[in-house]
Design a protein around this ligand. Sequence first.
Ligand code: AMP
Length: 283
Amino acid sequence: MNVAKTITSLEKSLSEITPDYTKILVPTMGSLHAGHLALIDEAKRTSGGKGFVILSLFVNPTQFNQADDLKHYPRSLEMDLKLCKEHGVDLVFAPESDIIYQADHSVTVSESELSKRLCGATRPGHFDGVCTIVLKLFNLTRADIAIFGKKDYQQLAIIRRMTRDLNIPIQIRGVETIRETSGLALSSRNKRLSEQQHSDAQRIRRGMLAAQTTYLQGTTSADKLISVTQNIIESSELGLKIDYLELLDRESLQPIKSLSSPAVMAVAVSYGAVRLIDNIELP
Ligand code: AMP
């Protein structure tokens, strides 16, 4: 496995790949867990014997709208490299920020529709940062395929939209969310929860599964389904706050009133400074 920390070393590794190989990019911010590993495994499966898996490890400063969140974002480079090696990654790209951003950089990619709601509403500028770094990684690696998790549902929808609208020659794949046995979606931010909060956070998944059951029993009203989930999440006694809880059309991410076509319920909650997101596709 090669590790590139500069653009020159990245270019060198890429130049050694024979043209009949498919390049598959897995963008991450590191602190790898089983969710990220599922993306790597999907990349390995996708490529068959003729694939070259590139994993980027970069805590992208431009997508953090709170300095404190960036400062506390977990970092574990040595362990990440070990996991990448074990899972058959061919090349890790782990640059420092000054390698990626020129001091006077002044161009940003901005998606203006899907990013208005959900995380875009509570984290101004977040998706501009995401789109910009993702496009830079697409350009730097010239990957054929890029793999993202459905855990970050809005992010995946925005990247698909960016790829479509800017005619970027890359195929985007989404992978199902990997969860703890309790149902809590794996996230690098889970490490910042206390033991009590960690166990309390199970109610996020429980709340969404209850909405699914209610739907399967015949309820289609978005308000009713949302209130089923909301009641379960808000019965927390640990100061769990709902940032948003919405039922949306899966592609446009516009709120729906009644569940009649493919939809997604998306939620963001916070325990103090720790913010968790999750979603469930319905029906
Ligand atoms: P991050 O390092 O949090 O930016 O995530 C990198 C990629 O891993 C993104 O495409 C995420 O959607 C994906 N990811 C994060 N957590 C999970 C999870 N629990 N299951 C599946 N994919 C995930």
